[in-house]
Write a protein that binds this ligand. Sequence first.
Ligand code: NAD
Length: 444
Amino acid sequence: MNYEERLQNVSVLGAAGKMGSGILLLTAVEMADLSLKPENKEKTFVLNAVDVSDQALAGLMKYLKTQVQKIAEKNAVMLRKVYQDRKDLVENGDIINQYVFDVLTIVKPSTRIEVAFHSGLVFEAIIEDPATKIGVYTQISRNNPNQPWFFTNTSSIPITWLDENAGLGGRIIGFHFYNPPAVQKLVELIKATNTLKEVEEFAMMYAKNLRKTIVPAHDVAGFIGNGHFMRDILFSTKEVERLTKDFSFVEAVYILNRISQDYLIRPMGIFQLIDYVGVDVCSYIMSVMNPYLPDEDLHSPVLDKMLSRDVKGGQFADGSQKDGILKYEKGKPVAIFDPETKQYKAISEFQAKVEERLGPMPVVRPWKTIVNNPAKEELLVAYFSELKAQAGMGADLTKAYTIRSCQIGKKLVSDGVAFSEKDVNTVLLTGFFHAYGPINNYLN
Ligand SMILES: NC(=O)c1ccc[n+]([C@@H]2O[C@H](COP(=O)([O-])OP(=O)(O)OC[C@H]3O[C@@H](n4cnc5c(N)ncnc54)[C@H](O)[C@@H]3O)[C@@H](O)[C@H]2O)c1
């Protein structure tokens, strides 16, 4: 099977989920573009959108239609060439509608996994549960005569473990999209010990056609992205526990969130990021990674405490942020959950007092003003040299956080998770939108 043949019958599992819906959109467009090539006019392209709920699939089809419409509007000029033989399509609107129709015609929503028994390629983006994933692969593999390939979006389970436990003989690769897949440029590519060469080659070509940036990672639980993120969470939650000797819990959370956003010049603070991903998801990812990392204990009592109070974060269906460890108004944190009183405490009640305790700090350089600034490097060097010279609690915490993040990054290389320091930095720059990579010399 060549590239196009492999893409003639594809299934996305978990298609109505956060990741699956984006993967479905990208794959539907790629397949439709292939189907519209003159030489493919007689071929059939089928993309099964598989999920467990009919209702979720109905919502998915609406999402897909809106997104494809936007893509078509953006590419109207190019689409005019694609449809140049269609004299009936005169106005831009006709062409856009035709493209939406052609993409949607390929997509077949279904709650039945049996539809994947005919696919040559299966994208899997179901829940992060090792046993469920194995069950699904085994069922499809046993009943599918095409020896299908599995592209898993797992963000923590080793691919070799999945390969061996589902008996796939190397027909699997970790193709780790970032959230949301349609927007994020980064894909971490993780080969199992036995991943077939042709599976890897196809993955590289598919990523190239989707204009994604590939960073390869070794097959170690959590890979690079969660390898850094989960340890970053552990560092900040341990710092919160340490600071509660001198501050209240909500004050300590405020401090770490403030340091990790404003003073580390990141797009959001660590507790906002935990809420964005979901407190339960972060805690769960740690528990999935833990058994594969015998020398470490990836586990946070602070997250446990939040979850025991049903504080979860995550997003509403429209993508807006749910309250979690932080409470949000118009997307901005305004209060912090106090697990003792089980109530949110307004930041404005203690902010001034805590800021005073943080002491002198460099002038804040908001992330937005730095991240795409052509003079970014000079600005960062100047900022960190100012920070280095500063004394006080806030400056010390910022320095410790910067050093810890760098250590985590270097450990990912020395533990053989990342191939290079550059790869670690690319993941944090591209996948987490950091303004600078964690492995740097700013504080040397
Ligand atoms: N959310 C993220 O930021 C993110 C980022 C990278 C990777 N991932 C990984 O992507 C995968 C999916 O995560 P998500 O956040 O999209 O989860 P999600 O809960 O939003 O979506 C999972 C979907 O799978 C469906 N599902 C569950 N069991 C199924 C089954 N047996 N067959 C078919 N569908 C089934 C659910 O109904 C749901 O729609 C996980 O492996 C996760 O680790 C998530």
